[in-house]
Design a protein around this ligand. Structure first.
Ligand code: NAD
Length: 476
């Protein structure tokens, strides 16, 4: 059984399916996809490429399972466990897909072109290239919001990309090692062992939880001389953390954090970031300085430069600073042949992975219909040219009308989950026409199984489960 299963896994992991992909076809329209995040990847996974020449452009050639990124910062999960190469998806498509690891720099909605550049700094790196598109799926996501606060880019670590998790992990270990170095002054040990997280949204909360676990499970054994000096502070400008969750779950999170000795400073706003301290303003408008060793910045997202440039080319209809405006079918207002999904859009939904992924699947359905339409139009032209029977022509026209009919995008909220540390998670679930809020060990099990089942491949599921098991047995 093991041999058969092994052989099956080997075949599914290494062989293309179909073995021979159709080559590019000049007669078919070019569909350019910008991005490899939640929106673009769920779109690509569901897309039937037969009727299109597809080109994917993204600065990273893999999909990153962002909900588990905080776990990488402390070594609970290995980076490779939560990524899936984009080519792993595209090589299973009917028609060959071109994938370029490059950054899109400009979209010209009038000429219908995209300009992109190879960002690698090795010799022979390609320069800037401009290609035409017939259809563009714009799924570039967002960048970190800093509100223009001085020093954030220079001194804080973000938590968005795999490289950020790596940077945090290195900096965290540097802080601890330096604090444990001989003859360090006491106040310097306290500063180095103070980890500050700014932003009480799900990203900041999950990171603080992971950091706490690392302290309890590992740091005490490995660095007994400084472990007791570690402090975690979460700074949030609003009156409470996790504003999008129910009151009960907010209270549960805050009391779990209090038990875990994570200081939560609410109604406190970071105003300035220095190399080893942050300047904050508290509820009484008092300013004070808080020294830190590691600073993690998780205050949400804002539009990328390329998105702002695109908006500025369509000012008569693109009037929202928050993101791109799309219609009910995810077609960009003012953009001929452009569709937009995910965090780069401004819709009535929160900018979450769940929304982006449902939009991607929906949009693949729109393209399925566009493909069907193109096929039926060809058939109809042929039927008319050969003077086929009127009933046959009529039946094809009916099919064509059906293919042209689209239903608007509808988001179905499956609930929100967040890990809060010490084997506890919170779950806000819209079940039985009401909200079920749950926290604790059961929610943790649910969190684990929900995330594992959402992971896109058997390979990722196996790697994540193996990492969790490894941590249980050997520590981080
Ligand atoms: P967020 O926008 O949800 O939260 C950022 C927080 O930072 C806000 O509460 C804001 O008040 C605070 N803030 C901003 N400036 C500040 C300052 N100067 N000082 C102190 N606090 C400040 O950001 P996020 O957590 O990165 O989440 C982004 C999106 O991704 C959200 O839609 C979120 O729901 C989603 N997300 C969901 C999950 C999950 O469900 N598990 C995990 C991560 C992200």
């Amino acid at each position: 059984v093991i041999t058969t299963t092994g052989a099956f896994l080997y075949v599914t992991q290494t062989q293309n399916s179909p073995p021979e992909q159709l080559p590019a076809d000049k007669e078919k329209p070019t569909l350019v996809v910008l991005g490899s995040g939640w929106g673009a990847t769920s779109f690509l996974k569901s897309l039937d490429t037969e009727e299109f020449n597809v080109v994917v452009i993204s600065p990273r050639n893999y999909f990153l399972f962002t909900p588990l990124l905080p776990s990488v910062t402390v070594g609970t999960l290995e980076p490779r466990s939560i990524i899936q190469p984009t080519r792993y998806i595209t090589r299973h498509k009917k028609r060959k897909v071109d994938v370029y690891e490059a950054e899109a720099q400009e979209v010209d909605p009038v000429k219908k072109t995209v300009t992109f550049q190879d960002l690698s700094d090795i010799r022979g790196a390609a320069g800037s290239v401009t290609i035409p598109y017939d259809y563009l799926v714009y799924a570039v996501g967002c960048e970190n919001q800093t509100f223009g606060i001085k020093g954030v880019n220079e001194h804080a670590c973000f938590l968005k990309e795999l490289s950020d998790a790596d940077k945090i992990r290195t900096k965290l270990m540097d802080c601890i090692e330096t604090a444990a170095f001989r003859d360090q002054p006491q106040d310097e040990i306290d500063r180095l062992m103070h980890m500050v997280v700014v932003g009480g949204g799900p990203t900041g909360v999950e990171y603080a939880g992971e950091l706490h676990d690392f302290l309890i499970d590992d740091l005490k054994k490995w660095y007994p001389e400084v472990a007791d000096r570690l402090r975690i502070t979460l700074i949030e400008a609003l009156p409470n953390v996790l504003p999008a969750f129910s009151k009960q779950l907010i209270q549960y999170t805050e009391s779990t954090f209090a038990e875990n000795k994570i200081d939560v400073l609410t109604r406190t706003m970071v105003k300035d970031v220095k190399e080893s301290s942050v300047v904050v303003q508290d509820a009484n408008k008092q300013m004070r300085e808080i020294p830190y060793g590691l600073l993690v910045w998780a205050t949400g997202n804002t539009s990328r430069q390329i998105t702002r440039d695109l908006m500025s080319k369509l000012t008569s209809v693109q009037t929202q600073r928050r993101g791109l405006l799309v219609d009910d079918y995810l077609s960009l207002l003012g953009g001929d042949g452009i569709y937009a999904v995910g965090d780069c859009t401004a819709t009535s939904y929160a900018p979450t992975a769940q929304v982006a992924s449902q939009q991607g699947i929906y949009l693949a359905g729109v393209f399925q219909k566009l493909g069907q339409k193109a096929k039926l139009e060809r058939q109809l032209a042929q039927l008319r040219a050969t003077a086929a029977a009127p009933e046959e022509i009529e039946a094809t026209v009916k099919k064509l009308n059906r293919a042209a009919k689209l239903t608007p995008f509808h988001y179905s909220h499956q609930g929100s989950l967040a890990y809060i540390g010490s084997e506890k998670a919170i779950a806000d679930l819209p079940l039985f026409n009401g909200n079920v809020a749950s926290g604790g060990g059961a929610a943790m099990l649910f969190w684990r199984s929900a995330y594992v089942s959402t992971l896109y491949s058997v390979r990722n599921r196996t790697l994540v489960l193996a990492d969790w098991l490894k941590v249980k047995i050997f520590g981080r």
